[in-house]
Design a binder for this molecule. Structure first.
Ligand code: AMP
Length: 298
């Protein structure tokens, strides 16, 4: 029986600086990056699908073509008349990257507008993956609809994985962000936070603080990523640590966490064993940060 890895969120048009002052167009977004890497990491017994909403214009069609070309299933993607997709521009200032976003009106913000479509889409999945960015872009009512649909899928047997991917600028205020992220954790089986973000937003002093805070909301498995530092996994009360191999030439850390999540989940879904899954996640993340761009082959 074919199983399904379903990622939920927003993919955007990316305009990245290229030679001669030009910009190169691509498609990226945290949950899409994870789906893209999951497709490479999982075997043929898994489908990888993306749940989002796009518009009915040419650029939306190109985005869906890109998913199709990446062997990411598009049967659950909603096409909303009169709308379009979000866009971001990467600017380079003396080698420092900064980002400008045009996403406030993107179709993806409506992905949870129709509770029935969401519920029936999620019912097709064995593993559901979402992030704090997925939650942040939704209106408050959409967040509740999403949590309810995920809780229902979980009750029916799906495994839920969540990366808080904390981006304060996307949220109306810090209290709302903290409350919504903890609510998302409460419907999840596997939490994949990054310590630096968690320390900044929640004031955690160490990776154990982060793991305990989420396991206190009933999450069975918490994996706290920690950049080049030692990561900590809390598996139903058992603590494990894992230190990634140092990467000597870090070129671009974009999608380090997204790719880690994909390889970690693919391995864990195969073996149900945490140590090889942590190693697999770190291994892929190390390859990704050694090259430029979010989606790197090889
Ligand atoms: P982060 O979200 O920054 O904690 O990074 C996600 C994952 O990428 C980490 O768990 C590591 O496996 C890997 N990673 C990030 N930065 C480095 C680095 N400088 N050296 C080695 N691995 C890294």
């Amino acid at each position: 029986m074919m199983k399904r890895f379903l990622s939920i969120g927003e993919c955007m048009v990316e305009m990245a600086p290229a030679a001669g002052g030009d910009f190169r167009m691509g498609f990226a977004g945290d949950t899409l990056n994870t789906a893209w890497y999951a497709r490479r990491e999982l075997g043929n017994d898994w489908d990888v699908a993306y749940f989002t909403a796009v518009g009915d214009d040419a650029i939306s069609a190109r985005m869906v073509d890109f998913f199709d070309g990446s062997d990411i299933k598009t049967d659950l993607i909603r096409r909303m008349p009169g709308r379009t997709v979000g866009l971001y521009l990467i600017q380079l200032d003396n080698g420092e990257r900064s980002f400008a976003y045009w996403r406030s009106e993107s179709a993806a913000r409506r992905l949870a507008d129709d509770a029935d479509i969401l519920r029936s889409g999620l019912a097709t999945a064995d593993l559901i993956y979402f992030s704090g960015i997925t939650v942040a872009i939704l209106p408050p009512s959409g967040r509740q609809t999403l949590f309810a649909a995920i809780a229902e899928a979980r009750a029916n047997g799906a495994t839920i994985a969540f990366d808080p991917n904390l981006r304060p600028r996307l949220w109306e205020d810090a209290d709302t962000m903290r409350a919504a992220v903890m609510d998302a954790a409460a419907v999840s089986d596997i939490l994949l936070p990054s310590f630096e973000d968690e320390a900044f937003v929640f004031g955690d002093r160490d990776t154990k603080d982060t793991a305990r805070r989420y396991s206190g909301r009933g999450v069975p498995i918490v994996v706290v990523k920690n950049g080049p530092g030692e990561m900590l996994a809390l598996d139903r009360g058992t603590i494990r640590t894992f230190k990634p191999e140092p990467v000597t030439s870090v070129v671009d850390t974009t999608a380090a966490g997204d790719s880690f999540n994909a390889a970690f989940l693919a391995s864990y879904l195969r073996s149900g064993d945490l140590p090889p899954a942590l190693a697999s996640g770190a291994n892929l993340a190390a390859r990704v940060i050694g090259q430029r761009g979010a989606l790197v082959d090889g």
